[in-house]
Design a protein around this ligand. Structure first.
Ligand SMILES: Cc1cc2nc3c(=O)[nH]c(=O)nc-3n(C[C@H](O)[C@H](O)[C@H](O)COP(=O)(O)OP(=O)(O)OC[C@H]3O[C@@H](n4cnc5c(N)ncnc54)[C@H](O)[C@@H]3O)c2cc1C
Length: 407
């Protein structure tokens, strides 16, 4: 049978969709195309946090699917995705008590375990934290982090084993349609690949394909970044993830060092049309190529929680585009204006976390089933009036990252 379901992009979303289609017995109908090696876009740059502790039930469910998929990948397919079941601590001052109490209540109601911890318990798990910096702490034992490249590769290997085909060095120039229905994609060399369903999972480049169809996606590639310290004995591989809630920073262990990220006050944002195909060496902000300006801004609050940052050096800096939307919701679903066209992007810094949930949602929509979550707020057509390339819109997406909470 002809492969009539075509997925553009083999990042974590494309791979997870192909995997979920395969689990439904539809793998032999799936073709994934990418112009770059699999997972070489935003995916391989992610910090790998997979966090279900969220106040939004839809996003919580998407994350839950990824946790379940990792169990299947390991149990049935023998795939190790580098998962560290470390749990996550949320720490903060008393001003955060109401928010954290409410998060605990939401999680308890959803069956996600979590409990308050005292300072002695916190310090036993994360000795690098300064006990003077926080008053309250809650621990969520189900949270974890993975190697995002391994997770994407595992989805892809599973999908291929279940019949999906991957075609690399393939540049999609346009999505084609006729009489209100998608017909396939046209490649840059003029070849046409026919398909009855096309999923635009082209990450930070998705808007370049959607916009010309009159379907602007309300998102922009905002700089996401983190730093990894030098190795030091105070960090252990089994340490939990720590969210410093009031300063919008997080940290997790990384091979004997500490990986930490911050949410900047004014994140850099890229003009989508200027984003190169290969992100190697791409600089978001020529005036601050390595994010030192952002780190300097965050240094005082960060060193309150993590005093050792003043003596332990920084060994690595990682950055990449994360697609933020002004409303903080991903963009996942069918495009009403063109039958057979679906979109999966706009991850708001959580694409690894949502991956299998997004895969399931897209699969259910392709199969004409009622989605397992309320996907109305993820609708790709929710802001057709926006100009996603205008400076004002790009800034609204940067603002969404700056103000994003940890939950
Ligand atoms: C520094 C950083 C830290 C992050 N940390 C986390 C985290 O801790 N937890 C978490 O859940 N998320 C995190 N994220 C977000 C996560 O990385 C993204 O949400 C996720 O990788 C997006 O996956 P994707 O498949 O949409 O995009 P990508 O991985 O970028 O894949 C898109 C693919 O589409 C291909 N493509 C594009 N256009 C075309 C075309 N025209 N033709 C053919 N192929 C095309 C590209 O080559 C690429 O391979 C982080 C992101 C960054 C940058």
């Amino acid at each position: 049978m002809q492969r009539d379901i075509l997925i553009i992009g083999c990042g974590i979303f494309g791979a997870a969709i192909a995997w979920t289609m395969g689990r439904r017995g539809l793998g032999h109908r799936v073709l994934i195309v990418d112009r770059q090696p699999p997972a070489s876009g935003a995916t391989s740059r992610a910090a790998g946090l997979v966090t279900q502790v969220r106040s939004d039930p839809t996003l919580q469910s998407l994350a839950g699917e990824t946790l379940a998929a990792m169990d299947v990948l390991k149990g049935h397919f023998g795939e190790d995705v580098g998962c560290h079941h470390a749990g996550a601590l949320h720490v903060g001052p008393l001003t955060q008590q109401e928010a954290l109490t409410s998060m605990l209540a939401v999680c308890t109601a959803a069956g996600i375990p979590g409990q308050w911890q005292d300072k002695a318990q916190v310090l036993a798990q994360s000795p690098w934290l300064n006990p003077e910096a926080f008053d309250i702490a809650a621990f969520f034992p189900g949270e974890c982090f993975v190697d995002p490249y391994l997770l994407a590769s595992a989805y892809l290997r599973g999908a291929r084993q279940m019949g999906a085909r991957l075609q690399l060095d393939t540049r999609v120039a346009h999505i084609t349609h006729h009489a209100g229905a998608v017909t396939g994609v046209a490649l840059e060399d003029g070849t046409v690949l026919p398909a009855r369903k096309v999923v635009n999972a082209a990450g930070a480049w998705s808007n370049l394909l959607s916009f010309e169809l009159g379907l602007p996606l309300p998102m922009a590639p905002v700089r996401s970044q983190y730093w990894i310290t030098e190795r030091s004995p105070e960090f252990s591989p089994g340490d939990p993830i720590v969210f410093m809630t009031d300063i919008r920073a997080y940290a997790r262990p990384e091979v004997g060092a500490l990986l930490f990220g911050i949410r900047e006050n004014a994140p850099a944002v890229a003009a989508p049309r200027e984003l190169p195909e290969n992100l190697q060496g791409f600089v978001f902000d020529a005036a601050d190529p390595d994010g030192w300006g952002n780190l300097a801004e965050a240094f005082e609050p960060l060193s309150r929680y993590f005093p050792a940052i003043e003596r332990i050096g920084i060994a690595h800096y990682i950055t990449g585009p994360s697609n933020y939307t002004p409303d903080g919701q991903p963009i996942v679903g069918a495009c009403a204006a063109i039958e057979g066209l679906l979109v999966a992007t706009g991850c708001n810094g959580s694409g690894i976390t949502y991956s299998a949930g997004v895969g399931r949602l897209i699969t259910e929509l392709i199969c004409g089933e009622t989605p397992f979550v309320d996907a109305s707020r993820l609708d790709p057509s929710r802001a057709l009036q926006v100009d996603p390339f205008s400076p004002a819109f790009l800034q609204s997406c940067a603002h969404a990252r700056a103000t994003k909470s940890t939950g």
